[in-house]
Design a binder for this molecule. Structure first.
Ligand code: FE2
Length: 419
């Protein structure tokens, strides 16, 4: 590709194969900085919604019912309600997205969701709409197929979707809708600025969209507001919540892959993740990649490990990580979930470099959800902490207090109040 191919990019080619992204020379015209949201396609959608909302505390921001988009014949094939549910833990419109798997198979075709791919989307935040626009063109120039591009509603994020070698879909996005103090999502009347393909550039700001909606008399209280919250009875570091913990960050995403080396090439070369560490566990090579300063945002494990760990054979998703606000909350979350009848267990700690205490629970479909409180942070030299200098964890032992680390409470902070 010569530089002329990039003449309409926001990132300017620098002549040495790099791109000036906002004046900083990078290997590709975009930079992923954070896991924004994540989704599962669920067989047990109703029980799944209860698990992620009532039990774990995600707040529903919108429910999308596909009844009006599917034919009568199609609807008859869908098991359970034909819905997708958008939920949040912070101000991003959605963090955990839950779709009825059978509805997605009917709507998108079975080929779109191969056996084992129950991960609906792994969604990465980039720094500008220009970067998303450039990413779409860059993938096209490299003849990397994208699943689709545009701007979805609800959520309002501008995006492009690209699949990894096994069919897990990563989404790159900019500008997801923020839910404010009143807890209302945008009313559906404001969904008129959805795009089904890459949008022409530039676009008006969201503030202007809101100004335009006000001018045409849109009633903002017509947006969705979750009113079915369980009673808040736990004093969680000063705030009454319905459970003794608060999720403050999502990720890492752990995936079982058919070919870990090929997957590593995809996530590093196509999406720009940085390798942090390789772990060989009982002969299995596992790769840990980061997007920002966290030790890892994506971890890749060989599929042969799934059975050895006793994880559900219905999915190639190893786990989705949920970080709680502190270690005490992690202990309390463990006890709370055991009390609620969840099967809680620790998996071998060698598989999670950069995390100290953790436990795993399973959603009603069998997906593993990993709870933890601390993630090692990587600094300017890009080196993880030597294993000998890491916090020591004795499996199965949960001390009351753990030693502070140089990077305790560091990394991506949670903004705003706890619900
Ligand atoms: Fe998304």
């Amino acid at each position: 590709m010569d530089d002329a191919a990039f003449s309409d990019f926001y990132a300017r080619p620098t002549g040495d194969g790099k791109f000036s992204v906002g004046g900083v020379a990078l290997d590709r015209p975009f930079r992923i900085v954070r896991l924004g949201h994540f989704g599962f396609n669920l067989n047990n959608i109703e029980e799944g919604i209860r698990f992620y909302t009532d039990l774990l505390g995600f707040v529903v921001t919108d429910i999308r019912d596909a009844s009006d988009r599917l034919s009568k014949e199609q609807l008859a094939q869908v098991k359970g309600p034909p819905i997708g549910v958008f939920t949040r833990y912070g101000s991003d419109h959605h963090a955990m997205v839950l779709f009825n798997r059978s509805m997605r198979e009917v709507a998108d075709g079975k080929a779109r969701w191969p056996d084992g791919i129950t991960t609906n989307q792994i969604t990465w935040q980039c720094g500008s709409l220009g970067q998303i626009s450039d990413a779409i063109k860059w993938f096209a120039a490299k003849q990397v197929p994208t699943v689709r591009s545009g701007r979805d509603m609800p959520g309002s994020n501008w995006h492009t979707y690209i699949a990894d070698p096994d069919g897990n879909v990563s989404e790159l996005y900019y500008g997801i809708e923020q839910i404010g103090w009143d807890g209302y999502s945008k009313p559906w009347e404001m969904h008129d600025r959805a795009f089904r393909q890459a949008p022409p550039m530039p676009q008006i700001s969201e503030y202007q969209e809101v100004t335009d909606a006000l001018a045409r008399g849109v009633d903002f209280t017509k947006g969705f507001r979750d009113t079915k919250r369980p009673p808040a009875t736990h004093d969680v570091d000063g705030i009454l919540l319905a459970r003794p913990f608060k999720i403050v960050r999502m990720g890492p995403v752990r995936l079982f892959m058919k070919d870990v080396a090929a997957a590593k090439r995809f996530y590093t070369e196509m999406l720009g993740f940085t390798p942090t560490e390789t772990v060989v566990y009982k002969g299995h090579t596992c790769e840990f990649l980061r997007a920002n300063t966290e030790h890892h945002a994506v971890a890749l494990y060989p599929i042969a490990l799934r059975e050895e760990l006793g994880l559900s054979s219905h999915t190639t998703n190893f786990s989705i990580g949920l970080q709680v606000a502190n270690y005490r909350q992690l202990r309390n979350a463990r006890e709370f979930l055991i009390e609620k009848g969840c099967k809680v267990r620790e998996l071998p700690h060698e598989l999670f470099p950069g995390i100290d205490y953790h436990f795993v629970v399973h959603d009603p479909d069998g997906h593993a959800v990993q709870f933890y409180h601390y993630m090692e942070q990587i600094g300017w030299d890009g080196k993880p902490r030597p294993a000998s200098a890491r916090p020591r964890v004795e499996p199965g032992v949960w001390p009351e207090t753990v030693p502070g680390q140089p990077d305790s409470y560091m990394g991506e902070p949670f903004l705003g109040p706890w619900e």
